[in-house]
Design a protein. Structure first.
Length: 324
């Protein structure tokens, strides 16, 4: 009795064991009740074949739906994986030593206009990027601090035509605006990698600023947002077999440590000009999101065909026996 009590106590305490047993009992009751119902009408052997054929036919149907829409049983989701870190100064000379050959092309950034140079050429960009309340009287210091941290990604967000001169000079690399989803995903991966749970270079994401994010490779992005453009892009994506390797580079730079006065808003971040620019080189892992659904569909479909064939052979043998 003590042994049985300890087993039941372990089952009641461990949620993993309890969940496995719950699913097992539910499946046994569901399939068993159907088998009893069918077997009582067509016999135990034929009932078993009919029940198994129906079960795997249903699983094959569900597998097709999971496979198409990427739902149900899923594998690993697409994600960015960090390949290397590269340290460089404002001249970007350090990128010449990057392990990724494509990343070495980003050394041309030293010959391209910086964000502050673009702002000096067109001061109206500041008004287009920063919120209006920063231009009110008394906010001059805050306006100056926020202006100093404007990135090229913010600039091309409001002036898309400026992006062309960068993309033409970057030898295939694409400078991503701040609203681009790729930039957000890559920056989030960089935050996790640089933080205490990753490499531990920074205590939090408040200790640095993301300067700019670059992307190269992968399937081409949709440029025409019209209905015809969407259809053409979808068709070309389907017909394009293979997935070109997709890389991204996230550039961050440390900020100056500032004391926060209790009861007051934290001071705006200020880039540490003496700190190196850290380039996080990443590669896109496409994962295997639909692989479990595909295996479920194929295996269930084969078992469904097997049990249907066995039922067919059984009916053929019975028909032949009755004919003689």
């Amino acid at each position: 009795m003590a042994t049985i009590a300890s087993i039941l106590g372990a089952i009641a305490w461990d949620p993993e064991i309890r969940n496995i047993l719950s699913v097992g009992v539910g499946a046994a009751v569901l399939c068993g009740s159907i088998y009893l119902l069918v077997g009582s009408n067509v016999g135990s052997r034929a009932g078993l074949l009919v029940t198994l054929a129906a079960l795997f036919g249903w699983m094959a149907t569900m597998g097709v739906i999971w496979w198409i829409y990427g739902i149900g049983m899923q594998g690993a989701m697409p994600s960015w994986h960090v390949e290397e870190l590269n340290y460089s100064g404002a001249e970007y000379a350090g990128l010449a030593d990057a392990n990724l050959e494509d990343a070495r092309a980003l050394t041309v950034l030293a010959g391209l206009p910086s964000a502050q140079e673009l702002l000096d050429d067109d001061p109206s960009l500041v008004e287009a990027i920063l919120p209006p309340e920063l231009f009110e009287p008394g906010a001059e210091d805050l306006l100056e601090a926020r202006t100093a941290t404007i990135t090229i990604g913010q600039i091309i967000e409001v002036r898309p035509e400026i992006r062309e001169q960068f993309d033409d000079a970057l030898e295939g690399w694409e400078l991503l605006p701040t609203s681009d989803r790729q930039r957000g995903d890559a920056a989030a991966t960089a935050d996790a990698f640089l933080g205490p749970d990753g490499r531990g270079l920074f205590e939090s994401s408040a200790d640095y600023l993301v300067r700019d994010v670059f992307s190269i490779g992968g399937k081409p992005q949709r440029s025409d947002d019209s209905l015809l453009g969407r259809a053409a892009h979808k068709l070309s994506t389907i017909l394009k077999f293979g997935h070109p390797t997709h890389y991204a580079v996230v550039q961050v730079q440390a900020v100056v440590a500032q004391d926060t006065v209790p009861g007051q808003a934290p001071a705006p971040p200020e880039l540490d000009e003496d700190a190196p620019i850290i380039s996080i080189v990443m590669v896109r892992d496409l994962g295997d999101r639909r692989f479990p659904a595909a295996m479920t569909t194929i295996s269930s479909g084969l078992l469904f065909a097997l049990f249907v064939w066995m039922l067919h052979r059984r009916d053929a043998v019975i028909a032949q026996a009755r004919a003689t």
